[in-house]
Design a protein around this ligand. Structure first.
Ligand code: FE2
Ligand code: FE2
Length: 451
């Protein structure tokens, strides 16, 4: 298609309908709509409830609500479909087939952004960026696995008194380049993630990306030498778990609050701080390890260690506490259902005043968005897709890669909707992507291809 073609086309044949187009009006019909009989009249009224019809009646043309359609009318068009009729407006292969059968022949359509000739430069750039981002995710799946293995062997070795962080440093090197950390951060909720090792990787990437954004927003000076050092510190925050027996660490069963196992697990912050000091790491590393489970209200049962002076807790540690909670809630631990990223954001918002530094929470929320990248959402036209960015201005209106139609069928041709541009569409629900795609969720995301 050339750039001259308008976004709206009229007189489109049913055989030329394409997935993702939106029907604005039904404008051509077969013979049975020329003189409506009672059955056809009722059928149209039922299926197009709330629309406007244009009819020829007694030699004159008039636009009337579909409810006023009468036997004998000649139907010329059906227009102004309300949003409740998304299922007969948003074109899918199944709908096109059904329309042919029902004798609907011509339409006025709005082209899907991906197939529209009149794509703005802004949208073209967004599509290119979105595809690049998905490509980045694909490239980083392996990096993530390698990093998880490196954390596991680091913790296993530390258990035997050997602390060699070379492998973890190598992983940090491969992640900090370009937008890799961002890409890994977006896929946290898509992978099955029931281990402490993968937790460290996820926390490290989300910590690094959000930390630098917040430091920039607040005009602060970073406590780290560079991005690599920040990521390494977050990678090592749970290193104290090396002194917890492996069978407890790898257990997929929950432990009771006052059980022996839980008491052992709760020693990891102090152990971690000591190990890191012995390794000669900067103070901020030990601080993050030591205090990342201390809540703002330290009388809470989930706050440990006890009796910590709040001024001893560094800004970096407070952010880590937030990221740690965010990851733990989104991760699909096998003994509890994981939450969708937007649900976690809502939960943290409700508990922030008691558990976390409230100002910091607000900055975190601004950087992550209400719908963090990688969230799977349902749109008001019934379609489904992945959130691909965090909009700067209107936080509830991200760009969404639509991959599933309103009938729940996966699309062959994915397209990008920018909710800041397509203002008649909004997010109506966030969905647990693993409930739909199971273990394939990450693969589905990595195969997004916007035309
Ligand atoms: Fe921890
Ligand atoms: Fe942790």
């Amino acid at each position: 298609m050339t750039d001259d073609k308008p976004l709206i086309q009229s007189n489109v044949k049913v055989s030329d309908l394409k997935e993702g187009m939106v029907i604005l009006a039904y404008t051509g019909f077969d013979e049975k709509y020329k003189v409506l009989d009672e059955n056809t009249c009722k059928w149209v009224q039922h299926n197009f409830k709330g629309s406007t019809t244009v009819v020829e009646r007694e030699g004159g043309e008039s636009a009337i609500p579909v409810e006023n359609l009468s036997v004998g009318d000649h139907l010329l068009s059906i227009e102004k479909l309300p949003s409740t009729l998304g299922h007969i407006a948003r074109v899918s292969l199944k709908l096109a087939e059904e329309l042919t059968k029902r004798g609907f022949l011509r339409f006025t359509v709005k082209l899907a952004p991906a197939t529209a000739g009149g794509k703005s430069d802004e949208l073209k750039a967004a599509i290119e960026e979105a595809n690049e981002f998905v490509h980045k995710v694909k490239e980083n799946i392996k990096v993530c696995e390698t990093a998880t293995d490196a954390v596991e062997s680091l913790i296993d070795n530390a258990r035997q008194g050997k602390t060699n962080i070379k492998d973890v440093e190598n992983c940090v090197d491969s992640i900090t380049g370009g937008e890799s950390a961002d890409a890994i951060g977006a896929i946290i909720s898509l992978k099955k993630n029931d281990q402490v090792y993968a937790h460290c990787v996820d926390v490290a990437v989300v910590f690094t990306t959000t930390y630098y954004e917040i430091v920039r927003l607040r005009g602060l000076k970073s406590a780290f030498k560079d991005e690599k050092e920040a990521m390494l510190a977050a990678f090592l925050h749970d290193i104290g778990k090396a002194k917890v027996p492996k069978e407890i660490l790898d257990s997929t069963a929950p432990f009771k609050r006052n059980s022996k196992e839980m008491q052992l697990i709760r020693t990891h912050p102090e152990t971690g701080a000591r190990l890191l000091a012995e390794m000669g790491m900067p103070d901020v590393f030990s601080n993050m390890a030591h205090y990342h489970h201390v809540k703002l209200d330290d009388t809470m049962a989930s706050s440990y260690p006890k009796d910590v002076k709040s001024e001893d807790i560094m800004f970096e540690t407070r952010l880590l506490a937030l990221v740690d909670a965010y990851q733990a809630l989104t991760a699909g631990r096998s003994y509890k259902k994981s939450w969708t990223p937007p649900a976690v954001m809502r939960y943290l918002d409700a508990t922030a005043a008691v558990e976390f530094d409230l100002d910091l929470w607000q900055d975190f929320q601004q950087v992550m968005g209400h719908y963090p990248r990688g969230s799977f959402v349902k749109l008001s036209d019934g379609t489904f897709g992945f959130v691909l960015n965090v909009p700067k201005k209107e936080i509830l209106k991200p760009q969404v890669a639509v991959i599933r139609n309103a009938d729940g069928e996966d699309l062959q041709n994915h397209y990008l909707i920018d909710l800041q541009i397509d203002r008649d569409i909004s997010i109506t629900q966030d969905i647990d992507v693993k409930e739909i795609y199971g273990n394939k969720a990450l693969e589905v995301f990595a195969n997004i291809n916007i035309g």
